[in-house]
Ligand binder design. Structure first.
Ligand code: ADP
Length: 618
């Protein structure tokens, strides 16, 4: 801008300068011509007078000439040697003096008295350029001297050139003033808003959507600012909405992660903990420890660290190979490990390591570790294989017995007495019963576990209880155990399934007899529980208790005995059983929408109890 202004102002100035210059040159030419003519005119008039030495007349004539025009500045006469003998406006005395002191006229170098041409030159005075004309005075080829006449500068030319110069300066100054004023105006009305807009756009680009521009401007700039503010507002709202959605999503995910049954751990690529869900904290006993930001490996039990250190380091550093990237193999690396903790907490975990890749699936951002507590699964599997070995064992013994007795009967039947034959057959029958029992248990359980619906009816509990006790009467007598029946008179009917409840009593009383030593007692008790102590007729449910004075169940086994295939004596292999009885009981009680409980003390005895819903006629 400044450069453009400078160029324009300089061009203008030089144009004006050139104009003034040409005017002055014209004036100079005019002055020269005028002076030359004036000089020649004066010379032609005075030459004869000088030739005749009539100096007074020369002076008079020159005086008249000088005074008749304002253009002549001076008139000087010098003789052939160049000595001044007369000059106007110098006084006569001065002339005399000058004559006496013999002042000499300074002639220009190119002045030649031989040539009859006047010489013109100019010199500068405070009033302008004065034209000096030197005219040789010669008459009939005789050189008499020189006439020097000075012509004043043309006053109108001087005035007009002065005016032009002033106008030029004024133009120059006004151009600059206009440019400066324009610049200031520009800065106030355009540059400032544009600067603000630029700043605003930069802020928006960096994500600061709170940016607004507050400038009271009209016109297109005003509209631009309005649109900008509108845009910023929309972006801000959009961002708020986005943040809300993201927060909601995050909350959902966090809730999900915190509630899942598996342990979830998130590590960064440096193996530092970023997120640990409550399940994982429980699994590794981190409830009280501040572990976020710490190195994962340092907080694990040593046996886990030992197993995970290498795969974790490997997975956190493993980059995808070039070929994998080229073939868009975007699956992150994974690893699966089964880790058993050392005693006292003999849990078994399945640990899954998965890489977390960035958006382009190129760099590793972290590792997700999923931990599943598979202790139960492992135990169950163990129990299952134990069961299979038990069942095989249980099946093999009766089958072998049956086969050998039948073979003996078949081959040596003729040699046997009737009594022996009967005994053999009885043994085979007994063994078949054992087989049937085992197979029935397995069948019962699988039937119960399939979601079959059983039809419930109102029942008088005394009936299945009495039937059970009848079944075990002989057995109890054999073992010298007292069987006690304690049923509340006029027990309200319950809502249930006869055959299923009969099986519950059979299994529980059977177990009680099995695990009670001689002279012990097994009691089966049933009574109605009052819902409201003030109204003795109002019952909420019927409670059944089967109590024995047997060997009891160790506290650590009390929960597990309801699991399928679990037998305390699996470890000792003594009494016969399938480990399915209590599982069947639990399943049946579940089908009655209630729960089975147990209270037991080793060496004292065990009580199993459960409640049953009363059948309401209404
Ligand atoms: P089983 O067919 O072997 O009896 P159950 O499921 O009925 O299988 O019982 C599981 C285990 O629970 C038994 O092996 C036994 O160790 C224990 N148990 C069940 N009832 C009693 C009881 N009344 N007293 C002591 N132990 C018991």
């Amino acid at each position: 801008m400044a450069i453009a202004t400078l160029v324009v102002s300089l061009v203008m100035s030089s144009l004006t300068f050139w104009a003034v210059n040409s005017i002055q040159q014209d004036a100079q030419i005019n002055d020269t011509r005028f002076g030359r003519d004036l000089g020649l005119l004066l010379a032609s008039n005075v030459t004869p007078l000088i030739a005749e030495d009539k100096l007074t007349e020369v002076a008079q004539f020159s005086g008249r000439f000088f005074h008749s025009t304002s253009s002549v500045r001076y008139i000087i006469y010098a003789n052939e040697e160049g000595h001044i003998f007369f000059g106007i406006p110098f006084s006569q005395d001065e002339v005399k003096n000058s004559l006496t002191i013999q002042r000499k006229l300074e002639l220009p170098e190119d002045y030649n008295p031989e040539v009859n041409n006047p010489v013109v030159r100019q010199h500068l005075t405070p009033d302008g350029k004065v034209t000096d004309v030197f005219v040789p005075l010669s008459l009939k080829n005789q050189y008499l001297g020189v006439l020097a006449i000075g012509i004043n500068p043309n006053p109108t030319v001087v005035a007009s050139s002065n005016l032009t110069r002033d106008v030029t300066i004024a133009v120059f100054i006004s151009i600059w003033a206009m440019v400066i004023l324009g610049g200031v105006f520009n800065a106030l009305t355009i540059t400032q808003p544009i600067k603000e807009l630029l700043l605003g756009v930069k802020n928006i680009a960096t994500g600061n959507f709170k940016q607004r521009i507050d400038l009271p401007l009209g016109g297109e700039l005003g509209e631009l600012i309005l649109s900008f503010n509108d845009m910023a507002e929309r972006l801000e709202k959009f961002e708020e909405q986005n943040i809300e959605e993201l927060t909601a999503e995050k909350a959902k995910l966090e809730t999900l992660v915190s509630t899942i049954a598996d342990g979830a751990i998130l590590l960064d690529s440096q193996l530092k903990l970023i997120l640990v869900n409550p399940t994982a904290r429980r699994m590794f006993k981190w409830e009280e420890t501040h572990i976020i930001g710490e190195n994962f490996l340092e907080y694990l039990p040593p046996e886990v660290t030992e197993q995970l250190q290498q795969p974790l380091t490997h997975i956190s550093q493993e980059e995808q190979t070039k070929e994998e990237k080229e073939h868009h193999n975007i699956l992150p690396s994974r690893g699966e490990f089964i880790i058993s903790l050392n005693p006292p907490n003999q849990n078994t975990f399945r640990v899954l390591l998965t890489q977390v890749l960035d958006q382009n699936r190129e760099n590793i951002k972290g590792i997700v570790i999923t931990v599943q507590d598979i202790t139960k699964e492992v135990e169950l599997n163990e129990a299952k294989s134990q069961f299979i070995s038990n069942v095989s064992h249980e099946l093999r013994t009766p089958l072998f017995n049956i086969k050998s007795f039948i073979e003996t009967l078949f081959e040596y039947g003729d040699d046997l007495t009737e009594a022996e034959k009967l005994e053999f057959l009885q043994t085979a029958n007994h063994e078949t019963d054992r087989l049937t029992r085992l197979v029935n248990d397995v069948l019962d359980l699988s039937r119960l576990e399939s979601s079959r619906n059983y039809e419930f009816t109102p029942l008088d509990l005394a009936q299945p209880i009495e039937q059970t006790l009848r079944t075990y009467q002989l057995n109890a007598k054999d073992k010298n155990i007292e069987l006690i029946q304690d049923i509340q008179p006029s027990l309200p009917p319950i809502w249930g399934h006869y055959d299923l409840l009969l099986q519950v009593f059979t299994n529980l009383v059977g177990n009680a007899l099995k695990f009670t030593l001689e002279k012990g007692t097994v009691t089966i008790k049933a009574y109605a529980v009052k819902a409201n102590p003030e109204n003795p007729q109002e019952y909420s449910h019927v409670r059944v208790e089967i109590t024995d004075t047997g060997i009891g169940i160790a506290p650590e086994d009390q929960e597990a005995i309801f699991d399928r295939f679990f037998r305390v004596e699996n470890r000792v292999h003594t009494l016969e059983g399938t480990g399915l009885g209590l599982s069947i009981v639990k399943n049946i009680i579940d089908k009655h929408n209630t729960r089975i409980h147990l209270v037991s003390e080793e060496g004292v005895g065990t009580t199993f109890w459960f409640d049953l819903q009363i059948y309401n006629v209404a």
